[in-house]
Design a protein around this ligand. Structure first.
Ligand code: F6P
Length: 784
């Protein structure tokens, strides 16, 4: 007889399950690693963990049921014995054959219970004396312990699970009554319990998760739709310039921005964009891609000065956006060499490694003659396109000669791109309205290049654009791009409308693309931003020290509050309008006389153009006139600082200010607004922001104003000066969170990821074209 301790089945199942789970985890891990599909891994691990818990719970429950069944069996054996104990003892003591026959008959009656298999008596000397026929032959009395107390042991004989109870007669001196129970039913009961619990748990889990998923989906959809509509309504209302200082209540704004954050996370994977993320995105999505940037303005200008050759960083939103990106990615930046010492700083191929202190990319300078500069830059770009695209009520001027130079200079830069390209399919980042013709020119020589053109200024409505005598050429040039980016969807829509009006092409609004002459251009909004954290913030003194330095520099009294405005001296910036705003403030709120000074720092720009010179003259005269009206011996309301300010100086002014005014009459984005927010790590200061700057779509916690309405501006400044510290902090914190996440790396990253997707699609189309000439167009549509 072999005695085996139970339950062996449990150990077997557990071992098999553990093996299977191990194999499953390792195979899912490998797959997820190979495909970079971490979500799949998490789902698989979750599923495996859930299955393991379920298996464990059901096994434990099965074991509990089995133990309980055995207890039940044991109890029955005892009851059986008790019911016949006297009779058994009496017959057992009687050595006659009749008594043995009666005992046998009694035992046979007892086993009519279906779970009772056999009953017998073991002699004190270890022999089975009387037993039913069903007693297993291999059950040896010797193995029954000569215990004085009742014992029960589970045993396995010939693959049958049995429970043997031994009851001593006269404390074992007269032998043991042995009752054998069949345990098959206990195991069956436990298996049933296990199966039942597994099936019901799985069904319940499926039903519950299905119900939760449907409810969440409906909830999120309704919630998103309702909030989106509300957000759009509110913003539309504000953009239509309904009334003065139309800001939303802080709580509502906070809720809307949290929604924005959630929407970003729901709509796509939320990525924290840094130079490192950008580099890694490039490395993984566009491996080995060569990056070329083309812009008019160069990132570093070398000038001859009394102190020798000095390097100037231009006052350009474009440069401050692109520079951190190319620093992160490396590559070549092709730009006009405009500094007096630029030629003396380059090598024989007109190249120089920059940034000067830690070179990480190449600047390739292009030289322009004075005539080219006058016709292309001052003429067509800045007297034609600039006023055409900015609705600032300065009439655009279009001259045939300027247009000719514009074409020639575009060709000159396009040739340089082709020459600088080391690969046949580089990524070319074309910047701005100076190079509308260049994308098609480059495409002609590098048909496989991915050309991303970003238009840094607004795109006007079709009617306004129709003024341009060379509108078709401009549009055709731009549609040589693979991707054309604007700051806002509003400008994208204006562009679609313009194309619809003036050129024969296929517009696919669903895909947001335009196809002209077989070249498809994706048209997308990419709101530009600044680097985070801004390098100009490094090394800045604490805010109180900046305030003290600025007060001293401008001779301001201790208690005088400070307002700041910083930009190029450009008529689109609304500089005159904010001076009028200060004037109205002092007349409507005389309590601010002697108590607030507004510092306007403005870099002279495009001074060859009459409208720019006129603006500067007018601003100087207006400031003088306002100062004369209000000045006291130790105070004046306006200070103009007309010169170029380097970034650290700009950031010091931002940090010293109680409020900053950005009053653009029309602006694609306006990065000054974002820089002011970035400079205020103390979370203080108020931003007064024009509703006509693209930045107002994002920085909704600013005091939004209509710059054409001097009264509105004055009230916004008054409100900024009166704003309690906790409200300043709440607004500033919100805006900083937005600028931090929507930084310039995200701007570039989104364009480059779109470019990567485009390249993959083109690769598949080429493959399909090679395999089956009829398929590519159809496939192209499917892949969109
Ligand atoms: O806003 C358009 C833009 O090209 C900016 O990107 C840049 O800040 C500004 O104009 C600079 O103009 P410019 O290079 O003519 O001085």
């Amino acid at each position: 007889m072999s005695l085996t301790v139970q339950p062996a089945w449990f150990r077997g199942v557990t071992a098999r399950a553990a093996g299977a789970i191990g194999r499953l985890i390792s195979s899912v891990w490998e797959t997820s690693r190979a495909r970079r599909s971490r979500p799949l891994l998490y789902i698989a691990v979750g599923a495996v963990a859930g299955a393991a818990v379920l298996l464990m719970v059901s096994s434990l429950l099965g074991a509990a049921v089995e133990t309980w069944s055995r207890g039940d069996v044991q109890l029955r054996a005892r009851i059986v014995l008790l019911s016949a104990r006297d009779q058994i003892e009496q017959l057992a003591r009687d050595p006659s054959p009749e008594a043995a026959t009666k005992l046998q008959a009694l035992f046979t009656r007892l086993i009519t219970d279906e779970r009772l298999q056999a009953v017998g008596i073991c002699d004190p000397d270890g022999k089975m004396r009387t037993a039913t026929d069903t007693m297993p032959a291999r059950l040896l009395c010797a193995s029954i312990r000569r215990s004085k107390a009742e014992t029960t042991v589970p045993i396995r004989i010939d693959s049958q699970d049995l429970l043997v109870s031994a009851f001593p007669l006269a404390e074992g001196k007269e032998g043991h009554v042995v009752i054998v129970h069949d345990l098959t039913y206990a195991k069956a009961r436990s298996d049933h319990a296990q199966t039942f619990i597994m099936v019901t748990t799985i069904i319940a889990a499926l039903l519950a998760s299905g119900a939760v998923a449907v409810a969440m989906l409906m909830l999120v959809r309704n919630w998103r739709a309702a909030l989106r509509a509300t957000l759009d309504d509110l913003r539309a209302g504000r953009l239509e310039g309904a009334g003065p200082v139309t800001t939303l209540p802080a709580e509502l704004r906070e809720a809307l921005d949290q929604y924005d954050l959630v929407r970003r996370t729901i709509d796509g994977i939320h990525i924290d964009w840094t130079p490192d993320t950008l580099q890694r995105a490039l490395g993984s999505e566009l491996p080995g891609a060569e990056v070329l940037v083309v812009s008019n303005r160069e990132p570093y200008i070398h000038n001859h000065t009394d102190a020798g050759i000095t390097v100037q960083l231009p006052a350009s939103g474009l440069v401050s956006a692109i520079e951190p990106v190319i620093r992160a990615c490396g590559g070549t930046w092709i730009a006009h060499g405009s500094g007096s010492a630029d030629r003396d700083s380059v090598d024989a191929a007109d190249r120089i490694a920059v940034p000067p202190d830690a070179p990480s990319y190449t600047l390739r300078r292009i030289w322009l003659t004075d005539e080219e500069q006058d016709g292309y830059y001052y003429g067509f770009a800045n007297e034609g396109m600039w006023p055409l695209c900015h609705i600032a009520f300065v009439r655009p001027t279009f001259r045939e000669a300027d247009w000719r130079y514009y074409r020639e200079v575009n060709q000159k830069f396009a040739d340089a791109v082709v020459r600088e390209a080391k690969t046949h399919d580089p990524i070319v980042l074309v910047q701005d309205y100076h190079f509308a013709l260049l994308p098609r020119m480059v495409r002609k020589h590098l048909p496989k290049a991915t050309i991303i053109t970003f238009w840094h200024i607004p795109w006007p409505n079709a009617e306004t654009f129709g003024i341009c005598p060379w509108k078709e050429e401009i549009i055709e040039g731009l549609l040589g791009s693979s991707i054309l980016g604007f700051h806002t969807n509003f400008h994208c829509n204006n562009f679609f409308e313009t194309i619809d009006r003036f050129v024969e092409s296929r517009i696919d609004r669903e895909r947001r693309s335009i196809t002209l002459g077989g070249q498809e251009t994706m048209v997308r909004a990419y709101p530009i931003s600044i680097e985070w954290p801004p390098s100009a913030l490094a090394g800045q003194a604490p805010v109180p020290a900046c305030r003290a330095a600025v007060r001293q520099r401008f001779g301001l009294g201790e208690g005088v509050r400070v307002g700041i405005g910083i930009e190029r001296f450009d008529y689109t910036k609304g500089i005159l309008d904010r001076l009028h705003g200060v004037d109205v403030l002092l007349s409507r709120h005389p309590e601010w006389r002697g108590a607030v000074t507004f510092i306007q720092a403005a870099a002279p720009t495009r001074s060859k153009i009459a409208s720019y010179r006129a603006l500067q003259d007018e601003a100087v005269a207006l400031a003088e006139e306002i100062n004369n009206r209000y000045r006291t011996p130790d105070w004046q309301p306006l200070i103009l600082s007309i010169r170029h300010h380097q970034p650290p100086e700009v950031f010091e002014l931002f940090r010293a200010a109680d409020f900053c005014v950005v009053s653009s009459l029309h602006d694609g984005m306006n990065l000054v607004a974002k820089e002011f927010v970035a400079a205020r790590d103390d979370e203080r200061g108020v931003l007064v922001l024009s509703t006509f700057a693209g930045a107002s779509r994002e920085l909704a916690e600013a005091l939004i104003v209509n710059p054409y309405h001097a009264h509105d501006m004055a009230e916004a400044i008054h409100r900024a000066l009166m704003m309690p510290v906790d409200e300043q902090e709440a607004r500033m914190r919100q805006m900083r969170a937005l600028v931090r996440t929507r930084n310039v790396y995200r701007w570039a990253g989104q364009m480059l990821l779109d470019a990567a997707q485009l390249r993959r699609r083109e690769g598949i189309e080429r493959l399909a074209a090679a395999n089956l000439p009829a398929v590519p167009r159809l496939l192209g549509r499917r892949l969109a």
